[in-house]
Design a protein around this ligand. Structure first.
Ligand SMILES: [Zn+2]
Length: 406
């Protein structure tokens, strides 16, 4: 609860000031902030002492650009930097957003096209991060989303050259040694008083299966040097909101919730990978989301003590960027699962799972199969199949990290 209050405080602080709660050791320093104005474009250049990664997104009302860095400090106060006359950027501010994250916010006159990219340091110059903000041209979409392909590049900086083509972007997550290891949270669905779906033949229930699989996947990923935490490590009930908070508290880089499904029609089979959306992508996804979300009511726990509005603010904050990454994670998972399991759909499905609603952590939910289907219940009870599937789940996580976080 305390963590949530802090998070909320910071969300509210985003509108005006920056969250003052966290004192943190800087990863590096911003030596200078330079601002240029040319043909309507405002370019903000941060001169850094050391390399840092970043991620960015825009917010619509009021229009803002948000750029997140690991803990960095500024040699001069950001809000005292003079902005050129007529700039689309009306104000700048920055500060600690949460432990290990410094957030920079640009207030805009209007929604704008944005490009943010890093330039690694070389022998002549230190590393820089460049933020370009341009008013949309007539007929152009007012805002753009961060580019999906995020690769490290060593393209040298050419002053004055337009940056629209192949803007180099450093990966969104911080994975340097000083930022600690990549943290994966595995969430074993259900537990305790909430057994989840149960098969009719072997009477295998979701809560036992998900815990077993989470521990297996944890083993595999730990061997590769990742920090892997379980939202529950025994047969205990954990509320959906607490599972999300657990991931946030531990600064998880990604969140994978494990489940198995059941269907009135015993013929229905296949594994599915879901990501969150307000709108379900098909009726089956909505039915499933409803039944998974019911777990909380089943255990008599009220998760609605945070207002819907607050939840929405949290979700929309980093949603765009997180949605992109959830989709990469889902696709990586599908590629690996496809090697060992039958998939109901080979694309991620969207559903309104409460457990996936961490606003800032790429999250997916894997339904490993249908316990209502005789063959799948048998498979999911079989240790050889379980091991194969656990390896595939671990490989899916690894594939995502390899292609999108490193
Ligand atoms: Zn479930």
């Amino acid at each position: 609860m305390r963590m949530l209050s802090v998070a909320l405080l910071c969300v509210l602080a985003l509108v005006g000031h920056i969250c003052p709660v966290f004192a943190q050791e800087p990863v590096t320093w911003v030596q200078d902030i330079r601002i240029g104005q040319e043909n309507g474009r405002t370019r903000i250049v941060l001169d850094l002492e050391g390399n840092v990664n970043h991620r960015w997104f825009t917010l619509p009302t009021p229009p803002r650009v948000v750029v997140d860095f690991p803990a960095i400090e500024f040699r001069k106060p950001v809000n005292e930097v003079a902005l050129p006359e007529g700039s689309i950027v009306t104000a700048l501010r920055a500060g600690a957003f949460r432990a290990g994250t410094t957030r920079m916010v640009l207030d805009l006159k209007q929604a704008a096209r944005v490009s943010v990219f890093g330039i690694p340091g070389n022998t002549q110059r230190g590393p820089r991060v460049v933020i370009d903000v341009v008013p949309p041209k007539p007929g152009q979409a007012p805002t753009n989303v961060p580019p999906p392909a995020e690769v490290v590049t060593t393209t040298p900086f050419t002053p004055g050259k337009p940056t629209q083509s192949a803007a180099p972007v450093v990966p969104r997550q911080v994975v340097q040694a000083d930022a600690g290891p990549i943290t994966i949270v595995l969430d074993a669905g259900h537990g305790g008083v909430d057994p989840g779906a149960c098969g009719k033949r072997i009477r295998l229930c979701e809560k036992g299966l998900t815990l077993y699989m989470a521990k297996k996947v944890q083993q595999h990923l730990k061997q590769k040097g990742y920090k892997v935490l379980l939202s529950r490590d025994r047969d205990v009930y954990v509320g959906l909101a607490d599972r999300v908070r657990f991931a946030q508290r531990n600064n998880a880089n990604l969140f994978v919730s494990l489940h198995a499904d059941s269907h009135p029609n015993a013929k229905v089979e296949g594994a599915t990978v879901y990501m969150v959306s307000e709108k379900a992508s098909d009726r089956e996804a909505q039915r499933l989301a409803n039944s998974e979300n019911e777990g909380d009511m089943l255990a008599g726990v009220d998760i609605s003590h945070e207002s819907r509005e607050v939840q929405n603010i949290l979700v929309s904050l980093a949603q765009r960027d997180t949605m992109n990454h959830s989709s990469y994670l889902a696709q990586s998972m599908i590629l690996e699962m496809d090697k060992v399991a039958d998939l109901r759909k080979k694309t991620p499905l969207f559903a309104g799972f409460k457990v996936l609603k961490a606003p800032d952590i790429p999250s997916i939910l894997v339904e490993m199969g249908y316990l209502s289907n005789a063959r799948e219940e048998r498979n999911l009870s079989n240790s050889a199949y379980r091991d194969k599937l656990a390896r595939a789940l671990a490989a899916g996580v690894e594939r995502y990290i390899r292609t999108h976080l490193k």
